[in-house]
Design a protein around this ligand. Structure first.
Ligand SMILES: Cc1ncc(COP(=O)(O)O)c(C=O)c1O
Length: 416
């Protein structure tokens, strides 16, 4: 049977079980304990910059708690990069606040700093109040233009939350992504650079901020002999079992990052002579992506075999092998979807045993956010229409990359 090549599968180091066994042996089967503390220390050493880290149950929980730490509440507005996964934005709505979406620039595909400033000024003009926070995302591991974003944020005195869920180990001007803004979000979901099965972390500026995040992550308990609650808290702490996996994964974190970068270099070499397809790469040496997912754009003029049948059949389940339940789609099309050549290539590669995925659909084009203000320039919609994510994880071999590129080439009908 043909082997299936996945986007980014988890890859164990072999030492995870030792940490888990210790947890069982010492009966630390709870959402705290030596593995949680040890994993946090490992993460603090890894990200550096004297930051403090809190291990949590998910990256989404980290976004949520960062927003709380920035004082976001009912009726507030929060600026969020539109080109991202929904987890960057959804916690804004959990708090009864409104996301204000800002489009991307073409170099990094992340938040466009000038548009950010326009959005801030327009929100102040329209509402009389400035947004409470800015969520900048390092999409697919590519660092955002952090200096420019930080300058705008400083000018209006608005805290920046860096969503580095996909950018573990990426650097911007030699600083780790997640350590540049006031808070930084990490994710250790199964498909990320390292995994704890499910999990995340919040990078905090100092010990005081860390203590406050831990308070909210553990149901906000006051110091009484009984349960006294004066704030709303959450059950967001990482389990000591998951943290054991994390400690094992930290022993291979650098190897994983190197591997993703190696896969990128190989795609670059093999796709070099393929007209109409461009690989997304670091725009300058200031940007050091971890290449969590390697991504390509297909020129709209590129003809792919089977384009005429693209979108002819409904997708069963969700792209990305989503856990849980997806609703059956009512229609074959939406009013914002990847170009037919992109969908045709996705279907062809899928049939060849290769998992590829369209880029994230911009939040300002998601029906659920139809009423949220958005400051757009067409960039993220263009990228979404033309882009695909390619297999990039630690289980992807050189042989796989050769096969993937061969399959891409054999499905191209006409190179413009
Ligand atoms: C950009 C981005 N933000 C946030 C998250 C949320 O992380 P988690 O899945 O750990 O909740 C993810 C990943 O899933 C992500 O890709």
């Amino acid at each position: 049977m043909q082997k299936r090549i996945y986007l980014s599968l988890a890859h164990m180091s072999g030492s995870e079980q030792k940490f888990i066994q210790e947890a069982f042996d010492t009966n630390w089967v709870v959402p705290l304990g030596p593995n949680v503390n040890g994993f946090e220390t490992d993460l603090e050493e890894f990200v550096g910059a004297n930051k403090k880290v809190v291990a949590l149950s998910a990256g989404t929980a980290a976004v949520h708690l960062a927003l709380i730490a920035c004082g976001v509440g009912v009726g507030d507005e929060v600026i969020c990069q539109s080109f991202t996964f929904c987890a960057s934005a959804n916690p804004i709505t959990y708090l009864g606040a409104t996301p204000v979406f800002v489009d991307s620039e073409r170099d990094t595909w992340n938040m466009e700093p000038q548009l950010l400033e326009e959005a801030i000024n327009d929100r102040i003009a329209k509402t009389g109040r400035k947004p409470k926070a800015i969520i900048a995302v390092h999409l697919y591991g590519m660092p955002a233009k952090m200096d420019e974003i930080a300058d705008v944020a400083a000018k209006y005195d608005i805290p920046v939350i860096e969503d580095a869920a996909e950018a573990f180990g990426s650097c911007y001007k030699d600083r780790m992504c997640g350590t540049i803004g006031r808070y930084g979000v990490l994710s250790f979901n199964g498909n990320k650079m390292i995994t704890t099965s499910g999990g995340g972390a919040l990078i905090c500026p100092d010990e005081e901020a860390k203590q406050s995040i831990m308070f909210y992550a553990t149901q906000a308990r006051e110091s009484y002999p009984y349960y006294q609650h004066e704030h709303i808290g959450y059950n967001y702490r990482m389990s000591n079992i998951c943290a054991g996996i994390g400690r094992g994964q930290m022993t291979v974190a650098n190897a994983h990052i190197e591997h993703h970068r190696h896969v990128c270099a190989l795609y670059k070499e093999l796709l070099a002579d393929v007209g109409g397809i461009s690989l997304h790469e670091n725009p300058t040496s200031h940007y050091q992506s971890n290449y969590w997912l390697n991504t390509i754009l297909l020129a709209p003029t590129l003809r792919v075999k089977g384009e005429e049948q693209a979108y002819a059949t409904a997708v069963r389940g969700a792209i990305g092998g989503a856990a849980g339940v997806t609703h059956a789609a009512e229609k074959l099309h939406t009013d914002c979807e990847p170009n037919a050549n992109v969908e045709a290539l996705r279907v062809a590669l899928d049939a060849a045993g290769i998992e590829v995925r369209p880029l994230w659909k911009p939040m300002h084009r998601q029906p659920v956010y139809a009423s949220s203000p958005a400051y757009v320039n067409g960039v993220s919609e263009d990228l979404f229409a033309q882009g695909l994510c390619l297999p990039s994880g630690p289980c992807v071999t050189d042989e796989d990359v050769h096969y993937i590129v061969e399959q891409i080439k054999s499905n191209i009908e006409h190179i413009p």
